[in-house]
Design a protein around this ligand. Structure first.
Ligand code: MN
Length: 346
């Protein structure tokens, strides 16, 4: 396995130049931000701030408690001026679908003078080619083969020739640790370790970041996990694993929807499982689904059929309906996919 270098260096250079030339920038990422989304946003934001730029760190939802430790989290705001100040460059991180920025996406896109997208999600609809946006000034750097948006941000900061401070390194290290699943996912490669090593050399503390991200759960979360684990079931000779959370489980445990990080991992880790599903119904009739796979099953493709998206081995979607209803529809679809692949093998 060799080191991955940025592909399409022309577009990356255009993104770097555009960021360099902007004095006022509005940074944002996808809703329900994870460690990669926030680490990328804060890492780039702090570098821009250090360089004397006017930076707004915008996310629609408040950052989850487990990510509040990230340096620069105190700068996050969930409201921005309307209209945006003149000559605002919108930088979108870890996201290349307009609606995933949140409810204000459309006006931010329309009001920004320039848009730069730095992302690694598999996406069929390029952000700026969306007929609804028609934004003329958009630089879209999307590299699905790279393990984290944080890695792209590191390339950008290095391209700008700016220093990597301890705070920036901590954010980007958290981004890489999150999106490689602690260096366990299939996207983990030599570059991930090289970059992580580089960030540690710049002051990121691996033990401190890992503790904050993974040894920092509330008791409510563990109570919820206990309830959810009782729903565990496998289908198709154990190849499909399922977990469900109902509104009642959230009520009983006192946990919130942010407390379910990596619940899907509790079913993916079963030896026979290829496709893991976690169906979460926080509010009655509103479901969000996490999908994971181990080898051949493309869950991004499946999620897309439900209006969601993600990566080959990790994806998700939101839908109206109860957990039980979505479970039925999903099982039928996945069973059909398995049948197709079995026919193809025969
Ligand atoms: Mn990511």
């Amino acid at each position: 396995m060799t080191e991955i270098l940025p592909k399409d260096t022309k577009t990356l250079k255009a993104a770097v130049d555009a960021i360099n030339a902007s004095d006022r920038l509005l940074l944002t990422c996808h809703v329900k931000p994870d460690g990669d989304a926030l680490g990328s946003l804060l890492g780039l934001g702090l570098a821009l701030k250090d360089a004397g730029k006017d930076v707004t760190f915008f996310i629609e939802d408040p950052a989850p408690d487990t990510l509040q430790f990230l340096p620069g989290a105190q700068y996050l705001v969930n409201e921005v001026a309307n209209p945006l100040p003149e000559k605002t460059t919108l930088v979108v991180l870890d996201c290349n679908e307009p609606h995933r920025i949140g409810k204000q996406a459309q006006r931010l896109i329309e009001q920004a003078s320039l848009i730069v997208i730095l992302d690694h999600h598999l996406s069929q609809i390029p952000f700026c080619a969306d007929p609804k946006t028609k934004h003329p000034h958009c630089i879209s750097y999307i590299f699905p083969d790279i393990f984290a948006a944080g890695a792209i941000v590191l390339w950008v900061i290095k391209g700008l020739g700016w220093p990597i401070t301890e705070d920036i390194a901590t954010n980007l290290y958290a981004a890489i640790l999150s999106d490689t699943g602690c260096f366990r996912h299939s996207n983990t490669n030599e570059t991930a370790f090289r970059m992580a090593g580089d960030l540690v050399a710049h002051g990121a503390n691996p033990y401190a970041v890992a503790n904050k991200l993974y040894q920092n759960y509330s008791l409510c979360r563990q109570h919820l996990l206990g309830l959810v684990l009782r729903t565990i079931e496998v289908k198709r000779q154990g190849k499909i694993g399922l977990l469900q959370a109902t509104p009642e489980m959230f009520r009983i445990s006192g946990a919130t929807e942010h407390d379910t990080d990596d619940f899907v991992g509790c079913v993916r880790c079963i030896d026979t499982v290829e496709v893991a599903i976690f169906i979460k119904e926080v509010y009655a009739g509103q479901v969000s689904v996490s999908l994971r796979s181990k080898s051949f099953f493309n869950v991004a493709k499946l999620a897309k059929e439900f209006g969601g998206g993600g990566h080959f081995h990790a994806a998700g979607f939101r839908k109206t309906g109860t957990a039980a209803e979505i479970r039925e529809i999903l099982l039928n679809k996945i069973n059909a996919c398995f049948k197709d692949s079995e026919t193809a093998d025969a």
